[in-house]
Design a protein around this ligand. Structure first.
Ligand SMILES: C[S@@+](CC[C@H](N)C(=O)[O-])C[C@H]1O[C@@H](n2cnc3c(N)ncnc32)[C@H](O)[C@@H]1O
Length: 231
């Protein structure tokens, strides 16, 4: 079993938006699984999160779902080439099954058990809803992690519309905008805790607007020291 500090130097150079502490959450979630588990990642891009998941231990399989569609915001075949090269460089290519189809199509044909789901695909409401449906494949007690949960209008709306009323997903906290949900019945308190993130979401959207308007000093006043969006 690798410690997070051992593997971080292999994750850090890979392009992407996952922060160090968020990569640690992915790592720890994999470490907590039984041997032989299967992890489903939706949205791989250049493989930053794929490495955080697959480097955690050698006895789990990571299924990386990403169609790498040409012409989109994240790139097509060339991004796939970078993803493959990053996995080979980190020596995890044999632990990762890449599935090059949209997550909804993959889910409909999926018959294997799933032990952990990480959602970081397309960030509009309907795509996120489709991705969140993977949580229904998790056994009781298992974990769903959602990136950009409180930094993207589409993802946050999807959580409010489809997870807040859910009877089988409990909000269990966040590291930045990486939210953790557990497959169990939520209490009123859990639902209130999810709603309580909305002011923080509004602040993040405000900071993104300020950065787009090149008003970094105002973003700094709101406590955002970075040049990148809040994640
Ligand atoms: C935000 S990036 C993922 C970032 C990655 N998790 C990381 O750590 O760097 C979103 C990715 O979702 C992929 N994507 C878009 N639509 C998808 C779909 N329907 N199913 C799975 N992945 C999708 C895109 O190709 C893109 O690579």
């Amino acid at each position: 079993m690798n410690t997070f500090d051992d593997v971080w130097p292999r994750i850090e150079p890979v392009g992407g938006w996952l922060t160090r502490e968020q990569a640690r959450v992915l790592h720890d979630a994999v470490v907590a699984l039984p041997p032989g588990s299967t992890v489903v990642e939706i949205g791989s891009h250049q493989g930053r999160s794929t490495l955080a998941l697959s480097l955690a231990r050698p006895d789990v399989t990571v299924v990386a779902v990403d169609p790498f569609r040409a012409g989109g915001k994240f790139g097509g075949p060339e991004t796939r080439g970078v993803f493959e090269a990053n996995l080979r460089r980190a020596e995890v290519r044999d632990r990762v099954d890449h599935v090059g189809e949209p997550s909804g199509d993959v889910r409909r044909g999926w018959r294997r058990p799933v032990d952990l789901v990480f959602v970081d695909g397309k960030h509009d409401v309907w795509s996120t809803r489709t991705d969140l449906l993977w949580a229904q494949r998790l056994p009781a007690g298992r974990v769903l992690l959602v990136h950009d949960a409180f930094g993207s209008v589409g993802v946050t709306l999807a959580l409010l519309l489809f997870v807040l009323p859910s009877r089988s997903l409990r909000y269990a906290g966040r590291v930045g905008s990486l939210a953790r949900f557990e497959r169990t019945r939520p209490t009123l308190h859990d639902r209130a805790a999810l709603l309580a993130q909305l002011p923080w979401f509004a602040r993040n959207v405000g900071i993104k607007v300020l950065l787009r308007l090149h008003l970094r000093p105002l973003a700094r006043l709101a406590g955002h020291r970075d040049t990148a969006d809040p994640y």
